[in-house]
Design a protein around this ligand. Structure first.
Ligand SMILES: *Cc1c(COP(=O)(O)O)cnc(C)c1O
Length: 399
């Protein structure tokens, strides 16, 4: 079968919810991906911030193979050692006290919302609480997560969604404060907005929101699904700020390719929120994903991934700044560590398609941002190669 056969077959069978690039990926090695024609691509997207360790990490692959031969699934009615280990490592890395494993990011958000609602229900003795979320946020596609996603286009066809959600402006503390009332149980936001266009939270904003939460016994939920797991040079992006969330979510790079997410909370929230019967999942945290998460944390430690990000990210930022200075079509760089966006006046879909032709995978965010969320193991030489290929793409689209 050639590439076009595969694509025709896919388009005949898969529900058309994505406008896919005409690219059939076959395998990966290091920070490169190869398509079915053998063409090589430098990967600056990592499967949307998932494959932090790149491709073919022997230790991760071996851990997965070993667990497959032992036991892939039981259920949450029993304990399993890989998941016990994974929980311990995730809590140590985050400084949170309790964790619940899910199968995806959106499910982690669902759990976080339920925990916040139950906390307020236990405290007040009644339901009917409200949540404050942010415009231009993204928290997932399931109905609860969609309800806190500040994007009318994603929401509209599926209304009515979960009621009681109010939207404030990100990085505008007064807009948050104005929405607080006696029903507010949680404020949810990404520490760095991803899909919305790579906007890091300003420190004064995050500390201000934390203070409002403390004053009103409101829970702060930080969504670290995209910005977490070392991408910013801290294990979780919020650890770069003088705040701690009451509940946080993670997914994407947590399993480095194995579908897994989690929501984590402090003991205070755990004591007054979800208890037996309130929440569950068949697959969530099964031994297979437990082995993946456990191996990911070990490998991050052994490879000093955070140090590596902190060493190479300034180089990436410097090169991107130089590109912004050089090209009129690039108007700004935003981001932290290996989560970077270039604001671009050319059609960004065209730029990423042209980059593919040149052997570079980059994605977009919002309507005008070229997004880079590469594997965390990229080196300076890969940054150079990316710049070279991106320049070729920009030059051709500009013409
Ligand atoms: C990707 C993403 C989600 C949703 O995760 P899925 O695994 O796709 O359900 C939620 N929040 C943020 C910030 C994300 O980037």
């Amino acid at each position: 079968m050639n590439k076009q056969n595969y694509i025709d077959n896919a388009e005949a069978n898969l529900l058309h919810t994505y406008n896919r690039f005409s690219l059939v990926l076959d395998h990966g090695e290091g920070v490169y991906l190869y398509d079915t024609d053998g063409k090589e691509y430098l990967d600056f997207a990592a499967g949307i911030a998932v494959c932090s360790l790149g491709y073919g990490n022997e230790k991760l692959n071996q851990a997965l193979k070993d667990q497959i031969d032992k036991l892939t699934h039981t259920s949450n009615l029993y304990y399993s050692v890989p998941t016990i280990d994974a929980a311990e490592k995730a809590l140590k890395a985050s400084g949170m006290d309790r964790i619940f494993f899910t199968n995806s990011g959106t499910e982690a958000i669902e759990g976080a919302i339920k925990a916040a609602k139950k906390y307020a229900y236990t405290r007040d003795g009644h339901a009917g609480h409200e949540i404050i979320a942010m415009n231009h946020s993204f928290h997932g596609r399931s109905l609860g997560a969609l309800a806190v996603t500040g994007n009318a286009h994603y929401q509209e066809p599926f209304e009515p969604l979960m009621p009681g959600v109010r939207f404030a402006e990100y990085n505008d503390l007064a807009s948050v404060e104005a929405l607080i009332n006696e029903k507010t149980c949680a404020i949810i936001m990404e520490t760095i907005q991803g899909e919305g266009g790579i906007y890091p939270a300003e420190e004064s904003f995050l500390t201000g929101v934390r203070k409002l939460c403390d004053e009103h016994d409101i829970l702060l939920i930080l969504d670290e699904i995209q910005c977490g797991m070392g991408r910013t040079g801290k294990m979780f992006a919020w650890q770069d700020y003088p705040v701690k969330p009451d509940i946080m979510t993670t997914a994407k790079a947590l399993g480095c390719g194995v579908p897994v997410g989690a929501f984590l909370m402090t003991q205070k929230v755990a004591d007054q929120s979800l208890c037996p019967g309130d929440h569950g999942t068949t697959y969530g945290g099964n031994p297979f994903v437990g082995a993946a998460v456990s191996a990911v944390f070990d490998i991050y430690d052994e490879m000093n991934i955070l140090d590596h990000v902190n060493e190479v990210a300034p180089y990436l930022e410097e090169k991107l700044e130089a590109l912004v200075a050089k090209y009129d079509c690039l108007t700004a760089r935003r981001g932290k560590g290996f989560m970077q966006g270039l604001v671009c006046t050319l059609p960004v879909g065209k730029v990423s398609a042209k980059a593919l032709e040149k052997g570079l995978i980059v994605i977009t965010a919002g309507s005008d941002v070229i997004r880079m969320v590469p594997p965390l193991v990229i080196e300076k030489k890969h940054v150079d190669e990316m710049i070279e290929k991106l320049e070729m793409a920009l030059n051709e689209v500009e013409q």
